[in-house]
Design a protein around this ligand. Structure first.
Ligand code: G
Ligand code: G
Ligand code: MN
Ligand code: NA
Length: 252
């Protein structure tokens, strides 16, 4: 409760910002196809905080909405700047929690902000976890996902394999990308799971992203298995926006 109060004050004080981590095509040429925006809190006394320190705020109805707006605004403002400067960032993915998604009007909010920042919808990806899909019996959530998808916003299913999505859900809703949770990517014992997700993705026409790739060895395996994209410390840690243009220029 104290946390929520501090988060609200931090939003007022402009203390929240996005860091960006690249997503890379595994097949040659290894291009950066997009960035995931990850929230950071420049806390006045505790330094730079990761979402783990304020996860509860993403599930509080009021705070989560405000944080979602911060994330969408800062991502789109940044995309506008990069577009104007010809920075080849591809797309930017914004994470939305179940709570942010359940609150009605998120599709309208996103449309409004795309218009305001003059960012084409196909530059935006929305990442949702499987928990969002628990509400997918409910009309509003599926309508929202469909509306976004129809606009051209890409829908990515985050942390895939760790949550509650049923295979029926997967087929029923317009999901463009599956992101394999890093726990599976990093454990050699879990390679059968990685293979299963890749085969599921390929039969359902979804590209698959491996998260948490830290070593060349992991990358080689993923390439051999036919995984589409990778994200992880092997390529880059999440970085502040001002480092992105330099990173992209040096990436080859
Ligand atoms: O760096 P990392 O610690 O950034 O992120 C930890 C977790 O927090 C991840 O599961 C990520 O999806 C989540 N997360 C990061 N930024 C946001 C955000 O802006 N909104 C929501 N809802 N979750 C986020
Ligand atoms: O949205 P999601 O749950 O996928 O959040 C990604 C989280 O994973 C963030 O906390 C991010 O900082 C973290 N992350 C990204 N790449 C790596 C990696 O290579 N290794 C580890 N351990 N964590 C990573
Ligand atoms: Mn994510
Ligand atoms: Na993830």
């Amino acid at each position: 409760i104290r946390l929520l109060r501090e988060v609200r004050a931090g939003i007022q004080g402009d203390e929240f910002t996005l860091y960006y981590q690249p997503l890379v095509d595994i097949a040659e040429p290894r291009r950066v196809t997009g960035l995931e925006g990850l929230m950071r809190w420049r806390h006045p006394t505790r330094g730079l905080l990761l979402p783990g320190a304020f996860l509860a705020a993403f599930e509080d109805p009021e705070c989560s909405l405000a944080l979602g707006e911060v994330a969408l605004d800062s991502a789109m403002k940044q995309m506008r700047e990069w577009i104007d400067q010809d920075v080849p960032f591809g797309r930017v993915a914004v994470n939305l929690s179940a709570s942010q998604f359940r609150t009605g009007g998120i599709a309208e909010l996103i449309m409004k902000k795309l218009e305001h920042w003059r960012v084409p919808a196909n530059r935006l990806t929305v990442e949702v976890t499987e928990n969002v899909y628990m509400g997918w019996g409910s009309e509003s959530v599926s309508d929202t996902v469909r509306a976004l998808h129809q606009l051209g916003v890409m829908i990515a299913l985050d942390d895939f394999g760790t949550g509650y999505a049923s295979l029926a859900n997967l087929k029923q809703f317009p999901i463009d990308r599956l992101k394999i949770d890093r726990s599976f990517v990093q454990s050699r014992d879990d390679e059968p799971i990685v293979k299963a997700v890749l085969s599921l993705g390929s039969s359902l026409g979804m590209k698959v992203v491996a998260e948490g790739v830290e070593t060349n060895d992991q990358l080689q395996r993923l390439e051999f298995l036919g995984c589409d994209q990778a994200q992880g410390y092997y390529f880059a840690r999440p970085m502040p926006a001002q480092d992105v243009a330099g990173f992209l220029a040096g990436f080859a």
